[in-house]
Design a protein. Sequence first.
Length: 161
Amino acid sequence: MNGFIKFVGEYFVLISLVVVGLYWLRAKTSKKISIAYQIIVGGILAEILSIVASHLYYDTRPFVTHHLVPIIPHAADNGFPSDHALLTAFLGFTMLLYSKRVGIFLLIIALLVSWARVAAHIHNPRDIVGSFVIAAVSVVIVRAAAKFWGSGTRPKHSSWR
């Protein structure tokens, strides 16, 4: 079981990246621009919010507080927020704007990655929740800004395709 936890916690993030990349490659040019805008600007915002959050709140990693050996080797630094959960959740929430199926699939991947990182004793559930909140807030802010400024990059109503 430890091997499975380690594999999911370290490598399932790649599934999210590949799925987003493939979706982007198959999209029409106007949608490619919109996706790129949402990912670049939203990603920068998510990273800034993550850095601010990590300075406002320190969460000792579970393997440190419980004197455990983590399944995934990691430094004994601040666990809040989880970078892996932030990235996978951000990609999932972003893709929900374009395809509900793809977005839901990526959010399931995000939950699996998050579960594995908690099971590996390198994150507490609050690190994961914080990451999901930061990811969702970033996506919503960038989408609202694009809509407000009418940049033409805002996503159109998604379908279940």
